[in-house]
Design a protein around this ligand. Structure first.
Ligand SMILES: C[S@@+](CC[C@H](N)C(=O)[O-])C[C@H]1O[C@@H](n2cnc3c(N)ncnc32)[C@H](O)[C@@H]1O
Length: 200
């Protein structure tokens, strides 16, 4: 069965576009078959973009699981001096991010597979609508690997639906040593902020 997280989607390409309308910016984004939420901006993603904290003005910032790029491109517009890593396993999604950045005139987004990100890069922030449908163990492994690459003062901002395990994910993050707060809750979506626990 095809999934939005397949590295090479088998569905024939059929591009269309969606509008991302936010109070501070508007983007026309190309989408395609075989990528997540291709007919409309996902409501969880919209909540993250409306209610997430201001992103760091500079440094490296990660959109983990970027899809066609609504989060990465918004971060890039809001923080033009930052480098936004748009990471996904789905190569069709990465091609869309590249095209969407070019058509919006955005030049501070770096589309990349997970293995393409140099290991020494550390992130001032990580934003993600994570691929919870890949399964709990894989999501945990993915978050464990990337969140340990946060700078000491960095924070991760994640949106997850309560029916897809938002509350147990928050407990798991706390167990992994990340102080985790619910910033917002709307329509069942939880907006979580996770920061490394500091020992006094
Ligand atoms: C819920 S979708 C969110 C897509 C996009 N950020 C949005 O908001 O529309 C999660 C994305 O994570 C990607 N993904 C799945 N496994 C991944 C992994 N191991 N590393 C990075 N991205 C992954 C999927 O291909 C998918 O595009």
């Amino acid at each position: 069965m095809p999934h939005y997280f397949d590295p090479e989607p088998s569905a024939a390409s059929d591009r269309r576009s969606v509008t991302l309308a936010l109070p501070d910016l508007s983007l026309e984004l190309a989408t395609d078959r075989g990528v997540f939420s291709r007919t409309a901006i996902d409501p969880g993603t919209k909540l993250l973009l409306l209610e997430g904290p201001p992103p760091p003005a500079e440094g490296d910032v990660l959109d983990l699981g970027c899809g066609y790029g609504p989060i990465a491109l918004t971060l890039a517009r809001r923080s033009p001096a930052a480098t936004i890593w748009a990471v996904d396993v789905n190569r069709r999604a990465l091609a869309l991010v590249e095209d969407n950045a070019a058509s919006a005139g955005i030049d501070n987004v770096r589309p990349a597979t997970p293995d393409d990100v140099p290991p020494e890069v550390r992130f001032a922030a990580i934003w993600s609508n994570p691929p919870v449908r890949v399964g709990k163990e894989q999501v945990h492994a993915m978050l464990r690997a990337w969140l340990r690459r946060l700078e000491p003062e960095g924070a991760a901002c994640l949106v997850v639906h309560k029916h897809l395990g938002a509350d147990s994910l928050a407990r798991w993050l706390a167990g992994e040593g990340f102080a985790t707060h619910r910033l917002r809750s709307r329509m069942g979506y939880r907006l979580l902020e996770a920061r490394r626990e500091t020992t006094a």
